[in-house]
Design a protein around this ligand. Structure first.
Ligand SMILES: [Ca+2]
Length: 487
């Protein structure tokens, strides 16, 4: 394929979007018309995962095509530089592409362009990592609203709801889409382009536009799901008990209507993103390049939204570890594995996205990549997941039919039937009928564990460490509550 024949690529990433909260996954409430249309013109991956469900490790896998073990972070290490591997953007650039990113990168140091020609950055105000202001903050400052996005009393890690108070064009979702459209307009027509559009949302704060909140005003919102294993607080894994004592989320123990409001605002935020993606698709169409552009959509991880009492991420349950993945190939790509309207149920990971997109662009996949091209007949039998190395650690092994989750503290196992119980309500780990399956999956899990995890293994068996009493302290973290920097 010569350089001028190569397709463009628009890779869209969101933050905290569970794969199950889409029309493609059959969610009864959430409105995602654009994603559904992309899936109808491409492939929907019904078993796509982030192997390490929090921002930094997940994005490192997405951008380098390797596991957390190889890129070196499974603990959300905020001061770790990118591994010295060619990134996805660098590989496209080496292949003659212009490469531009808009939105969230979450890398260190913050202005590292990780292979892009340029990055128009939204870092959600992470000033503790050294940057004084990003491009999004500059934009709202220029519009006369410097530092005013948090005036509703919100922060980036809690679920209190306040509709967006500044003009619509200052909302990060609108800003991201509009900046992307401008980058597309300004492209060099002589070379193919790789564009990365990375939305900050639906990561809290929950500050949807009032218009989107209104769209869900008369819709019945499904409540969080509580598994049979989550009903008795004393029998929960240590991590849950510590979390419930922590007091970091004001949403915990909130009345039903407050939880419902948070979920409604989250759904409104999803639909807002879905609609703004249309603006970018429309720009591609008006520029006459939509047919020659691959569009891929995913998220770094999901959000539990109160399922089993948990909010946010870092756990191995479907709402946290399963991510949406849609890939719409360029019109002339007729490969069987990319067939229009296909639902692909292979076990896939974020690290597969880089080799898949390089393959679709006719570019070489570098030898360091540990993911597989989904444009080919590749398959993995087991998918390994992990997060944290301390007393909050959990590990996962997922097969086509089952998921085993392991908590080393208390040597606590959970086994779920993914065919009949996707939302993980019935723990089968101690059921006599499932002993063989548990043993088989445990063996696979042990094979994948490494580093300090060795202290939880003896003679090939998981022994974990002694259970711990529920801690009696709170963090006074307040979700990293924001104040006012400009007064
Ligand atoms: Ca994230």
């Amino acid at each position: 394929m010569s350089s001028s024949d190569r397709p463009n690529l628009l890779l869209i990433c969101t933050d905290h979007w569970p794969g199950l909260l889409t029309r493609m996954a059959g969610h009864p409430v959430v409105m995602t018309p654009t994603l559904s249309q992309l899936a109808n013109n491409g492939v929907w991956y019904s078993n796509a995962y982030t192997a390490c469900p929090s921002c930094i490790p997940a994005r490192r896998s997405l951008m380098t095509g390797v596991t957390a073990r190889t890129h070196g972070d499974r603990v959300f290490n905020q001061h770790l530089e990118m591994p010295s591997l060619p990134t996805m953007a660098q590989c496209f650039r080496n292949g003659g592409y212009q490469t531009y990113a808009v939105g969230k990168l979450h890398v260190y140091p913050q202005r590292n362009r990780i292979g892009f020609d340029d990055v128009i950055l939204n870092e959600e105000g992470r000033h503790h990592l050294g940057m004084l202001g990003d491009d999004y903050e500059q934009y709202i400052a220029d519009a006369g609203y410097a530092g005013q996005e948090f005036l509703g009393g919100q922060c980036s890690n809690d679920y209190n709801v306040c509709p967006w108070q500044l003009p619509d064009h200052c909302h990060s979702t609108n800003w991201t889409a509009q900046q992307m459209c401008r980058v597309i307009h300004r492209r060099d027509p002589g070379r193919p382009a790789m564009w990365y559009m990375s939305f900050q949302m639906p990561h809290p704060p929950l500050w949807p536009l009032q218009a989107y909140l209104d769209m869900y005003a008369n819709v019945s919102i499904d409540p969080p799901i509580i598994g049979d294993w989550a009903g008795n607080p004393e029998k929960l894994p240590y991590m849950f008990r510590a979390y419930f004592m922590d007091g970091r989320h004001s949403i915990q123990n909130a009345p039903t209507h407050e939880i419902e409001l948070a979920r409604r605002a989250f759904y409104a935020t999803l639909t807002h993103i879905d609609h703004q993606i249309r603006l970018v698709i429309g720009t591609l169409r008006e520029e006459g390049i939509l047919d020659q552009t691959i569009i891929a959509f995913t998220s770094d991880h999901g959000d539990m939204l109160g399922d089993h009492g948990w909010w946010a991420k870092t756990v191995m349950y479907e709402m946290s570890a399963n991510v949406p993945l849609v890939i719409m190939p360029a019109k002339n790509d007729q490969r069987e594995w990319l067939r229009t309207g296909r639902i692909d149920d292979r076990l896939v990971e974020l690290r597969d996205i880089m080799p898949t997109l390089l393959d679709m662009a006719g570019l070489d996949i570098p030898s360091h990549v540990e993911g597989m091209s989904l444009a080919q007949e590749n398959e993995r039998e087991y998918l390994y997941g992990e997060h944290w190395e301390n007393e909050h650690a959990s590990r996962m092994i997922r097969s086509a039919e089952y998921k085993l989750i392991y908590y080393p503290v208390g040597n606590h196992f959970q086994l779920f039937d993914m065919k009949t119980d996707r939302r993980e309500t019935k723990n089968l780990a101690d059921h006599p009928k499932y002993m063989d399956i548990r043993a088989k999956l445990t063996k696979q899990l042990v094979k994948n564990m490494y580093g300090n995890d060795g202290r939880w293994i003896n003679n090939g068996q998981l022994i974990g460490e002694p259970d711990r009493p529920t801690p009696n302290s709170s963090s006074r973290h307040f979700g990293g509550q924001r104040g006012i920097r400009f007064v």
